[in-house]
Design a binder for this molecule. Sequence first.
Ligand SMILES: Cc1cc2nc3c(=O)[nH]c(=O)nc-3n(C[C@H](O)[C@H](O)[C@H](O)COP(=O)(O)OP(=O)(O)OC[C@H]3O[C@@H](n4cnc5c(N)ncnc54)[C@H](O)[C@@H]3O)c2cc1C
Length: 425
Amino acid sequence: MTLTRRDLAAGSGALLAASTLTAPAVLGQAKPRVVVIGGGPGGATAAKYIARDAGGAIAVTLVEEDETYQTCFHSNLYIGGFKPYDALVHRYDTLVSAYGIILARTRATQVDREKKEVVLSDGRRLPYDRLVLSPGIDLKYDSVPGWSQAAEEIMPHGWKPGRQTQLIREKLDAVPDGGTIVMIAPPNPYRCPPGPYERASMFAHVLMQTNRKQAKIVILDPKESFSKQGVFQPDWEKRYGAMIEWLGPKVHDGIKSVDPKTGTVVTGFETYENCAFVNVIPAQMAGQIARDAGLAPAGGYCAIDPATMKSTADPSIFVLGDACNAGDMPKSAFSANNQAKVAAMIVRSELANGPSFPARYLNTCWSLVDTDDAIKVGGRYEPRDGRIAAIDTFISQPGESDEVRKQTQAENTAWYAAITADMFT
Ligand SMILES: Cc1cc2nc3c(=O)[nH]c(=O)nc-3n(C[C@H](O)[C@H](O)[C@H](O)COP(=O)(O)OP(=O)(O)OC[C@H]3O[C@@H](n4cnc5c(N)ncnc54)[C@H](O)[C@@H]3O)c2cc1C
């Protein structure tokens, strides 16, 4: 069954409400139809830029299962006490009221590529001329022996927004002075390469502020090196002394198991018992809807054409953000937002005769180390040899002045305001 305007009006409440129905030509056959799955930096940006710049010539439906979007970006600043949780929460209302986007507030369960239809959780179908997929990541719950989805309440990951982020802060607050926090970092490729290390910085900041100076943070990393390592590590020493200890795989010899009941982490070299808090950040893969659509290899990410952001498996489908393999671009909100603008341009050029230009991409990832002390890494990217390749890159340097670091944090704050306005207003 195909979703119609009347179905939306009669819908179960999972589908959006009155304001949605004022949108012009709901799913009308006369207009080309674009369906976007996922209302994060990839999907919300794509939906807005397609609808706004096509000036009503394209019908855009955004399928998003959650009522609000809660950002993982800047969630570490919430954990560090620099932001209230409310500041991470955003709504989709303006996308509906200002741009006529139809919001289907439900889960997409299947992409029928043959019929070019998206199946919703209640069985209804949305036909599309182009589909934009930006479902983010799924966690590999079996990637850390002894850990599981059932254990995520006790050993939280905090790598998806909402309750998980808040649990991390609660667990941090309960750490006694002298207690040990173990963070298990993820293998590449994963969402937000500097994220675990910014988070460790925020743990240390809170512990210092609350006079728990004998607590320790041990990062067990499956990687030989990590993003901005040459800047993070000297900064940690300067700010937090020996509180943060990073151990690469040659030192810890692998994570053998965790036991959520006893708070134990066993590595090849050492057993950490009675940990005050274990933060397991597991391996990751493209969100389920993209994997089920046959756009990603098992347990992996979707291949894309770097000039268009189209899936290499299906020219009617674009895959954005964390779910795709974007070459040298990291999995970040900044990247997803940028990729969405390339996809929106291509969609408008194909469906509404809009202009198109060669794809160009940008990214910057800022990380807060301590109050008014932020560092950054980033670059400019272009399609090269079938992939998105870095053309210029930059990175903060160890030993920069306090003024530079303060300015870097001011950029970080301004970026958050700008990207969330770009996505949702
Ligand atoms: C701790 C942490 C810190 C970070 N800090 C930064 C930072 O400082 N800067 C930065 O640029 N990035 C940062 N990131 C990374 C950033 O959050 C992600 O890269 C970004 O959210 C990816 O956007 P996306 O659109 O690909 O996916 P998401 O943001 O995950 O959005 C996907 C959306 O799709 C919806 N969805 C999924 N499947 C379905 C379905 N089947 N049906 C309906 N809806 C569905 C989900 O509900 C979700 O709203 C951070 C991440 C973490 C974890």
